[in-house]
Design a protein. Structure first.
Length: 162
């Protein structure tokens, strides 16, 4: 397996770990759970996008700098199809909202943008260094979406989820 594939597998497995950890935080609500869950989901989004870009041939060293870096919005919207895939997934989940955690009025774009902004340099990485934000993405619903994306990615490239 070439080095890029090993790195992509590692990125995918780590993204899934972040999503699972967010799910645990969402179930055991306590002080600090909301920004912590959003932070983990931001990391998961970043790693999922970088995993996809590695498979498309972008060298790992390039992923550390602009236009990639911590720019999850740019990577999901402009560099990969992940954002569009998530929108389609959310539309499917909204058809049967009660058991899956995504309500029929959930707006993926709004919640993703909030998550991406808090994870980006534009907001001084405010999710990392909690600076009193008052608006957060809904981590419970985002966790459901990212879990399904992780599972879809795993099906595409076999056995990267531990």
């Amino acid at each position: 397996m070439p080095n890029e594939n090993v790195t992509a597998v590692r990125y995918g497995a780590r993204a899934f770990e972040f999503v699972r950890s967010s799910s645990v935080l969402c179930c055991g609500i306590h002080d600090g759970w909301l920004p912590s869950a959003c932070l983990l989901l931001g990391f998961a989004c970043e790693l999922l996008a970088k995993r996809r870009l590695l498979h498309e041939g972008v060298p790992e060293d390039d992923l550390r700098n602009a236009p990639y870096g911590h720019n999850i919005s740019g990577m999901w919207r402009d560099k990969t199809e992940l954002f569009a895939e998530a929108e389609c997934l959310v539309a499917e989940l909204k058809e049967n909202p009660s058991p899956n955690g995504v309500g029929k009025f959930f707006d993926w774009s709004l919640h993703f943008d909030q998550l991406a902004q808090g994870h980006s340099q534009k907001s001084d990485y405010s999710l990392r260094y909690h600076q009193g934000e008052s608006i957060f993405a809904d981590p419970m619903a985002v966790t459901v979406v990212l879990s399904k994306i992780c599972l879809d990615e795993q099906e595409k490239s076999h056995n990267w989820i531990p």
